[in-house]
Design a protein around this ligand. Sequence first.
Ligand SMILES: [Ca+2]
Ligand SMILES: [Ca+2]
Ligand SMILES: [Ca+2]
Ligand SMILES: [Ca+2]
Length: 333
Amino acid sequence: MLSDGMRRMLKKAGSLQKNILDLDFNRLKSAFIVLLIIFTLFFSLISFFGCNNNIAVAGYSGYIPSPPIGNSTGDINIDHTYIIYTSDSGSYWMFDWGDGSFSDWIEVKVSDASVSQSYSWSSYGIYEVRVRHRSSYIGDSTWSDPLIVTIAIPPDLDGDGYNNDLEAAYGKNPDDPDDYPLDTDGDGTPDDDSADGSFTGDLDDDNDGLSDTIEESLSSNSLDDSDVTTLVIEQTIYYLVDTDDDGNGNILYNTQTETQTNTNIEDGKICLDTFGDGLWDYTFQNGIVESYKAPFPWLYVIIAVILTVVIILLLLFKMGVFYLYEEEYVVEE
Ligand SMILES: [Ca+2]
Ligand SMILES: [Ca+2]
Ligand SMILES: [Ca+2]
Ligand SMILES: [Ca+2]
């Protein structure tokens, strides 16, 4: 049995424990309310900033900014510009250029701003351009997904008019504009076939219209376009070829019949035998083709006139109208 004194002590102790428990509960309640307020404020802030495209949402470490906007192809040593948009004033942004280089942190002081950065790559390759966001409140984001930028080797690296593959096939340097295959007419097709047979050479090296093969058969220079003149006569293409280099075409080549005839010069005009019958059909002079007109036969006319005069004189002599001497008559007295 407990004494009265003991009962009073236990009752007092129970009362004290109850007070202590009440006190702890109130502290916990206050702490919970404070935490609730802090979380409410935190998530309100997160919700507010989460409206922006490039600003963190809950779980900042998992935030991925949008990739930068800009060209996905380009050339070396040329500035390429990349942009991100943000309404997060007071934020910072950094670009990763994919070649081990990074931009500085770029501060955005106003909302609804764009951040633009230019970069030029010095080597050909494929680069992953990313962007990263930094907030003074919640730290750095992870890198954005990459924008793939291809800085491809141009087909004609040195810009000499011959593509890299062709130059390589001809043993020329694709990175030297002064080293390229022989191409007499400069039309981009080299004179000869490539050694490996992957490229066919020009069939008309001097681009005068007459193929190398025909020029060689006519003894014409297939590397000189000044010795062939193209003529169109009665809808047929002819080539007037100067094989003796005297400035006048001495062979007329008919592309339709693939035959050749000779020419002649009369009064400075080149006479052409288009039918191949040995008679002149046209003349060519100063770029003009005309039907052949035989020259007036002055020589024959003059000879005929002289002969006619001689015959008339002879007849007159015969008739006694003209005579060479006068007979003397002696009158006897
Ligand atoms: Ca080239
Ligand atoms: Ca070259
Ligand atoms: Ca050529
Ligand atoms: Ca030719």
